[in-house]
Structures are given as structure tokens and as C-alpha cells.
Ligand binder design. Structure first.
Ligand code: FAD
Length: 323
């Protein structure tokens, strides 16, 4: 059962920021993640501030620099089915289409998707883990099949979003509003590792609100793809995924952005693999080098060593498809 809280439905961003800044307030976009967290006692709220009245946060429109603005309240279905995104930002359309189920994509928003809380079953369950202010990570000696192989320290969650790695691979930024003004942050700096802050997954301060996601213009010759491996054929979170954006005006790769999902507490840039790919011809020899580099630094836990092989396989499949 949901606990008691007060409910506000502001009609402007300023009003939302006012309500969102009060102690114990939480923001409600589509509610597909938030309401489960409140019902299960993952965290509590004194006040739920619905964003559903903020029409200016909906929709997709071109920007002056030739890029695209995606309002934070745009649904995942809206992102997946937008013709410009499908054609020019294919990796994002594919990532949004691969998230959750059709009903959840109709209700869940892009802002909520990048801000959703982790799915670690200890964090979501009755365990007072480090991320909830406790002093133990129960995954270290526990059931860590779905936990991270990169970037863990103290806490071993994986970031659950499919759209976040796609946005990062595209070089997107997020616009953040607060009562003291607005700022634009590259999405790569938006997400935090446990070493940065063990209780937060992103740099939003209480009372701050993501208003939009900004996509830069795409260079000609860009190819992009999102591939995701899950436990079963129907909807599920990524065991591992790869967002790849490659610029290849001729035979050689000019720029490469390779960002993994499902394997780290934030979208994980496979920097060594990008280095091995940039400037090279996309042939079998290059692919073998990139595959080897893609798992550099992986530190599996007791039960998730299979993710190392998954990442290698995903990288090989994806690069072969792009070639
Ligand atoms: C069964 C199930 C399966 C799923 N499978 C997948 C999957 O495979 N891949 C995937 O990526 N996701 C998956 N999800 C997650 C789902 O996509 C998210 O729940 C959804 O995208 C969240 O969007 P929302 O608008 O409902 O957010 P809400 O539930 O309203 O909010 C989520 C969180 O983000 C915060 N928030 C929301 N909007 C903003 C904003 N504009 N600014 C600041 N903070 C904000 C809220 O305060 C809350 O903490 C799944 C969810 C379920 C329940």
C-alpha cells in the first residue's frame, strides 16, 4: 500500500521548483518507477509533486544549431516513434523501444528513465544497504548475478536505463532547472559513481528538475545502433547493452562512441575500445582488437563473470553489423 503524502500538481516550472524544494518532496513524471519505490518503502515522501501539468516539458523540436530538443516529459513511446530520432539518432530510438513494455513506454518519460533508481534487489528490498544509508553492501557476498563489473566500489548497482547510454554515446546534454536558475550539463557528467556519492546516481540536488535533453546535430556518415541482451525474450532490463555511434565518411572510422549499459553504476564508456576503433578500418583485425579492449578493467563479482563474455560478444556483433 502507498503511504500517506500530500499531492501537488503545479502549472508552471517555477511552481514545480517551489514545491519540489520543500523538505521530503519528490517529483512524479509518469510514476512507473516512483510509485513502486514509495509502495515498497525504498524511500519515503512527504509531498509528491506531479509534473504532468507542465506542457512546456513535452514534445520534440529542432534546435537552432541543427540538433534536437526532447522535453523531459516526452514518453519513451514518443521518443521511439519520432521519425527524426529514428532516422538521425537511431541508437536512441532503438534504446527507447527496447525499454520495459509497451504500457510502461506509453507512461514512462525520458526524464524519468534517466533519473530512475537502481534495480538492485537489496536496495529495492528490506535491506538497509549502503545506498540507503546503511553500512553494508549485501551484494558483495550475496546474489550478485545482475550487478556491475565496472565502476563498483562499496556499492555494485548497475544503472537501469537503456536511453542513458544512447544519449551519452550521442553526446547529449541535460538542461536542469533550479530555483537559482538553469544550467546545461553534458550527460556524461550527469551520472555519478558510488565513489562520487554512494547514495545518488546523478548530480541533481534536492529540488532540481530535468527540463529537457538536448541532442547535438549528427555529422554526415554517422551510423548508430543499440543492442541489448536480456534474460528472456519479453521486456526486461539489460544484462548488458551497447550504444554505438560511429562516424565513417570513407573506409575508416573517424570518431567512435561506445557506451555500455547493464554493467556499471552509470553508463560506461568503453574508452580503450573507442581508442582501438578510432582511425582504423572496420575490418576483422580491428574488431578483434576492439573486442579485447572493451573489457579492459572489468572486475566481476562471484556470480557475474558471464557479463565479461557478454560484453565481448555484444561488441563483436555490433561492430560486424556496423561494418
Ligand atoms: C516492470 C518494469 C520493467 C522495466 N524495464 C526497463 C528496461 O528494460 N529499460 C529501462 O530503461 N527501463 C525500464 N524500466 C523503467 C522504466 O522505463 C522507468 O520506470 C520509466 O522510464 C520512468 O519514467 P517515469 O516518467 O515513469 O518516471 P517516474 O517514476 O515518475 O520517476 C522516476 C524517478 O525519476 C525522478 N524524475 C522523474 N522525472 C524527473 C525530472 N524531469 N527531473 C528530475 N527527476 C525526475 C522521480 O522523482 C523518480 O525518482 C522498467 C520499469 C518497470 C516497472
Amino acid at each position: 500500500m502507498l503511504p500517506n503524502f500530500t499531492y501537488e500538481r503545479p502549472g508552471s516550472v517555477d511552481e514545480a521548483l517551489e514545491h519540489g524544494s520543500s523538505e521530503g518532496a519528490v517529483l512524479h513524471a509518469g510514476g512507473t518507477d516512483l510509485l513502486g519505490c514509495l509502495r515498497d518503502g525504498v524511500f519515503s515522501a512527504k509531498k509528491v509533486v506531479s509534473l504532468s501539468g507542465l506542457e512546456e516539458l513535452r514534445g520534440i523540436s529542432p534546435t537552432r544549431d541543427g540538433g534536437l530538443r526532447v522535453g523531459a516529459l516526452t514518453t519513451l513511446t514518443g521518443v521511439a516513434s519520432d521519425p527524426t530520432i529514428a532516422e538521425r539518432y537511431t541508437v536512441l530510438a532503438q534504446a527507447a523501444a527496447s525499454a520495459a513494455s509497451p504500457q510502461l513506454r506509453n507512461q514512462g518519460t525520458i526524464g524519468g528513465n534517466i533519473c530512475q533508481r537502481p534495480r538492485c534487489w537489496y536496495f529495492r528490498g528490506d535491506w538497509h544497504c549502503l545506498r540507503k544509508g546503511g553500512d553494508t553492501c549485501y551484494a558483495i557476498a550475496g546474489e550478485n548475478h545482475f550487478h556491475c563489473i565496472f565502476g563498483g566500489s562499496g556499492c555494485y548497482i548497475v544503472h537501469p536505463s537503456d536511453t542513458a547510454p544512447a544519449l551519452q554515446a550521442l553526446g547529449a546534454s541535460v538542461r536542469i532547472a533550479s530555483r537559482s536558475g538553469s544550467r546545461t550539463v553534458p550527460i556524461e557528467s550527469f551520472f555519478l559513481l558510488p565513489a562520487d556519492d554512494i547514495q545518488r546516481e546523478n548530480l541533481l540536488e534536492p529540488g532540481e528538475l530535468v527540463t529537457e535533453v538536448l541532442l547535438p546535430p549528427v555529422a554526415s556518415g554517422t551510423r548508430s545502433v543499440y543492442r541489448k541482451v536480456r534474460d528472456r525474450g519479453a521486456w526486461d532490463f539489460a544484462l548488458a547493452g551497447l550504444a554505438a555511434v560511429v562516424t565513417m565518411p570513407g573506409d575508416s572510422v573517424e570518431t567512435a562512441s561506445l557506451v555500455l549499459s547493464g554493467v556499471a553504476p552509470k553508463p560506461w564508456r568503453a574508452a580503450e575500445a573507442e581508442g582501438a576503433l578510432t582511425g582504423a578500418r572496420l575490418d576483422a583485425e580491428t574488431i578483434a582488437r576492439v573486442v579485447a579492449a572493451s573489457v579492459a578493467g572489468a572486475l566481476p563479482l562471484e556470480h557475474n563473470g558471464y557479463k565479461v563474455a557478454l560484453v565481448r560478444g555484444l561488441m563483436e556483433e555490433t561492430l560486424r553489423a556496423l561494418a
